[in-house]
Design a protein around this ligand. Structure first.
Ligand SMILES: CC(C)(COP(=O)(O)OP(=O)(O)OC[C@H]1O[C@@H](n2cnc3c(N)ncnc32)[C@H](O)[C@@H]1OP(=O)(O)O)[C@@H](O)C(=O)NCCC(=O)NCCS
Length: 204
């Protein structure tokens, strides 16, 4: 049985906490930006109301749909919500697929990498997943780097999987996984690591 409620975690640079309706204005800043959503699968938000609707319909229904709450990244010291990192799909009871997006004003500072690596530990050791999956458009190099840095193992490629309107062609998608008994978990995402480094960052 998965634990779908997530602990709030505070690091030096940011807070990871479940997303709320009040985050809609900050969400619209990136979800309403064409460049920011180039590689994601939801349509561009047209106004703050469409971000409210996305949060209510897509994010806040997660637990009732058997999916963990979605983390958002709240940057310090501004306490602005700058993106989400979450398991958006659960398969076969204990397999979770991760996705992420960050406001482009905060790209290339290692924020998504740090958040994704915390998310992996939480998904294994708080929620109870046995396997974490991820996929990305082969041309999305930033996402590729996050996945490589997190230690995911590439398991294959969906060839010409999806037509990308912005690119004007069909793109390949690479897919990856980490299983709880993989060597990378022993090295980077062990239960001991979670207890020593993640649990002390949990806030009430
Ligand atoms: C993907 C995304 C979350 C990355 O966030 P981020 O906080 O900038 O990521 P990080 O800083 O942790 O890592 C990005 C890495 O990609 C590299 N990178 C970024 N753009 C690159 C490019 N065009 N070419 C080569 N490398 C690139 C950075 O140098 C960095 O690698 P490094 O640490 O080895 O230097 C962000 O770009 C985003 O929100 N993109 C739009 C949504 C999206 O694509 N989501 C993923 C769908 S699968």
């Amino acid at each position: 049985m998965l634990d779908l409620r997530l602990p709030t975690i505070e690091t030096e640079r940011f807070i990871l906490r479940p997303i709320r309706v009040e985050d809609a204005k900050d969400m619209f800043e990136y979800a309403g930006d064409a460049q920011n959503i180039q590689f994601v699968w939801f349509p561009r938000h047209t106004d703050v109301a469409s971000s409210v609707k996305a949060i209510e319909d897509h994010f806040l229904t997660r637990v009732e749909r058997g999916i963990p709450e979605a983390y958002c990244v709240v940057i310090k010291p501004a306490l602005k919500m700058i993106g989400t990192v979450d398991v958006h799909t659960v398969r076969f009871t204990d397999v979770g697929e991760i996705g992420y997006i960050l406001n482009k004003r905060y790209w290339n500072q290692g924020i998504a990498s740090e958040a994704v690596q915390i998310l992996i530990s939480v998904m294994f050791h708080h929620c109870g997943f046995q396997r974490i999956e991820i996929q990305h458009n082969a041309e999305n190099i930033a996402s590729l780097r996050i996945i490589e840095k997190a230690g995911f193992i590439r398991e294959g490629t969906y060839r010409k999987r999806k037509y990308e309107p912005e690119l004007g062609h069909r793109s390949d998608y690479h897919f990856y996984g980490i299983n709880l008994d993989d060597q990378i978990v022993t090295e980077r995402y062990s239960k001991e690591h979670y207890e020593k480094t993640i649990r002390p960052q949990i806030r009430p």
